[in-house]
Design a protein around this ligand. Sequence first.
Ligand code: ASP
Ligand code: MG
Length: 497
Amino acid sequence: MIVLKFGGTSLADAARLRAAAAIVVAQPAPRAVVVSAAGGVTNLLLEAAYAAASPPPPSTQGTSSGVSPVPGGGASIAAKIRDRHLAIAAGIPDAAERSGALAELDQLHAALDDALAAVAAAGELSKRDLDRIVATGEKASSVLLAATLRASGTPAAHLFADRVIATDDRFGAARPDRTRTRVQAEALVRPLLQSGLTVVLTGFIGGAPDGSTTTLGRGGSDYSATLLGAALDAEEVQIWTDVPGVLSADPRRVDDARVVPHVSYDEAQELAHFGAKVLHPRTIRPAVARGIPVRILSTFAPEEPGTLVTRESGGEGVKAVTALPDLLLLAIDVPELEDLAAASAAVFGALHAERIEIVAASQSSSRRRMTVLVDAAAHGGCAHVRPLLGTAMDAADVEAEVGCTEPVALVAAVGQAAAAQPAALARLLDVLGRANVPVLSASQQTSNVALTAAVPAAHAERAVRALHDALIRPQPATARGRRPRRTELLAETIRVG
Ligand code: ASP
Ligand code: MG
């Protein structure tokens, strides 16, 4: 069986939905389809939830009867969401399917209104409420695509994944339980597939042990697709999106960025980690466990080969160059060698306590200086992180000096074979040196699949361009693949919402 996943841009309106349905039916059955919310809907749902929780300004508060019919500003946003869904439903090319979908959407929107009203009444928004509210987008998409498929003559059913993907109860960033998910997928999805239906499932959402709806984190529908693919032993997971595959660089930075035809699981994970926006970072893991090939394809050019992700990828060189912006580089100098272990424990402990993500860490050979590259743009930058570490050092009774540089970008050249060559880092530094890019730190691990250099953010773009020019060979003309036009590549966005 095959799992196909469609992102928000590919489900944004009725015409895109019909295009998605055509792609689905071109694949051999049995097939399961995983859908995101229509583009922009998740953001609207979040807005509605926050608006419901914050008290309305006094002028609009209440009516003469003292009862407010308006849950904060949430109701008007909820109306916008309903209009989006109804507009999509209006394009379903079959009257019975159209009215069936409208009836189901009515229920979803009524439940949304109730949830918003409950939040407004409580005056606060729990993470549990928020997940229940944002799940509406994916649920509506699943109803709409299943109806569109049936309208085009393909037997299909939708299923909400809060009954299929089992998670813990970390609302907003729930972690899946793969064993329970497998059991639930066998019980609920398999029989539908066996009866000849195409099953359309909601991405992004799961179910906590008590049955509450959870979400897997923004952009999590890709992850849902591989989780379901693994649970159902799929032959392939196809991620249908709005870019033609994994690109060798951000096309807004590099003119001749191109599609990379084949990457390994490790390379794909590294690319996601180092800032390529095409896949949610956790997506690949469930596929690795079962060796399921993942293909990244464009709904705007369905005949293109896209990018295939498998265990082995072949190819010798660097495949892609990325930049992760908005980082800060911490340099911790520890004069007394015997303080080093306590100092590292304090640094990592303090960063962990604030949920600040560590992107890279290293230690000088004298072992007196640690450098830690962290993603702290959303955590107040150096102004916040430096005193934080100062306090942690005091608490640990360690003498250390904490330096902090920002903004820093981490540029990465990704390619398994290239990164394993002993001279590769020298080559990277040489290219950056010739391009007059100052390097703050650089690393290569032979077992790893990327070479990285931290550079001042202002130099990141030049660094990426120089590395792409020097390390990535001009694209050979392939029999199948037409080179994507630049305008198509420019469609790349962070696909959330
Ligand atoms: N709709 C969710 C989001 O916007 C999940 C997804 O699109 O993958 O984050
Ligand atoms: Mg996405």
